[in-house]
Ligand binder design. Sequence first.
Ligand SMILES: [Zn+2]
Length: 123
Amino acid sequence: MTLKYCQGPDCHTYYTQDRLKGMKGNKTYQTRRRSRLIYDEFCDTRCYNDWFSKYGTQAVNHFGRLKEVKHLTEQNAWDKRYRWEYERRNGQAEHYYLNTITMEERPLTEEQYNDTNYTLNER
Ligand SMILES: [Zn+2]
């Protein structure tokens, strides 16, 4: 099991017993190492937030800043839904697609519902 270092820039500055390591007279607070990390990078949400506070804007600029509004149109507003038995009225499908703009419903088979590749949305 490989341990990874928490990427929180201030991880080593937080006073917890598990971070305090070393022999007497030579102890230091150290960056946490974990086999499982939040988003594979951070020991806890404080370290995650620290990283984003420090680097978030740079990261957004690096990977592409949104510069105009995005639109979800009728052609892409189909959302897979499931209706419990008590919610069903006569003839209503258990699995269905709902267009969240037009509110049109179209029945789905269970296979279509579970098939992550099946969609009515235009790509
Ligand atoms: Zn950390």
